[in-house]
Write a protein that binds this ligand. Structure first.
Ligand SMILES: C[S@@+](CC[C@H](N)C(=O)[O-])C[C@H]1O[C@@H](n2cnc3c(N)ncnc32)[C@H](O)[C@@H]1O
Length: 215
């Protein structure tokens, strides 16, 4: 396979803004060692940033789009981090994910920029691969019952729906119900800069029907 071109590296301005606040919450919650699967890695900058800070963890980035995977591979080639694996072609909505058991799952800014099936698949796939107590950490903008949605998020929602009617801000209660149906219990909701939330889920002790473990 040819070496990835470093020119394929892409940068998302939001990552430079949110990786610090996300890392402050996320890194202390991660296990001391093991495998972290990132869903919807996009440019790959989060995986690179967090892998650099956690040498005892192995990071597995993924994304369904070839352009994203080219960017991730190019960042990996540039950074030479031994704990960062080549990107997987992984569509969260797919029944089968190309990976077995993992120790934690991270998903930043995907749930509102994908059809609802991706969230259903994220919860199903993460629950099937995490050990009891294992972490699923999601980040992004959400609607919340009894909390007015910020005007900037309302505008963002309208923009997303213009791009794709199946996209848009999700109600956190719906996301939590979807997680619970797969055996993931919400542990924490934390307010983040720019009207985003970090939401921490833990794999519950007893698997619910349909969340069978993956070999
Ligand atoms: C706004 S970008 C966020 C990328 C990165 N996590 C970040 O924060 O910069 C949304 C990403 O979700 C990915 N995505 C969309 N649908 C997906 C799906 N069904 N499964 C996994 N990833 C998906 C896109 O390819 C894209 O890379």
């Amino acid at each position: 396979m040819p070496a990835p071109s470093l020119e394929a590296r892409r940068s998302a301005p939001a990552v430079a803004r949110n990786r610090g606040p996300i890392g402050e919450l996320l890194l202390p919650l991660l296990p001391a060692s093991g495998l972290v699967l990132e869903i919807a890695s996009g440019t790959g900058e989060h995986a690179v940033h967090f892998a650099r800070q956690t040498p005892r963890l192995t990071w597995q980035p993924s994304d369904p789009t070839p352009e994203a995977r080219a960017s991730i591979a190019a960042w990996i080639a540039a950074e030479h981090l031994p704990n960062l694996r080549p990107p997987l072609a992984l569509d969260a909505a797919a029944e089968d994910w190309p990976i077995g058991q993992v120790d934690a799952v991270l998903c930043v800014n995907m749930i509102h920029i994908s059809p609802w099936e991706a969230t259903l698949g994220l919860m199903r796939g993460a629950a099937a691969r995490l050990p009891e107590g294992g972490l699923l950490f999601i980040y992004g903008p959400f609607r919340q019952d009894h909390v007015p949605t910020a005007p900037s998020n309302e505008a963002f929602d309208a923009e997303l729906k213009r791009s794709n009617p199946r996209w848009g801000l999700r109600n956190l209660a719906d996301v939590e119900a979807c997680a619970a149906a797969s055996g993931l219990a919400r542990a924490q909701v934390l307010e983040m800069p720019a009207n985003n939330l970090s939401v921490v889920f833990r794999k519950a002790g007893t698997a619910s029907p349909g969340s069978g473990a993956v070999p």
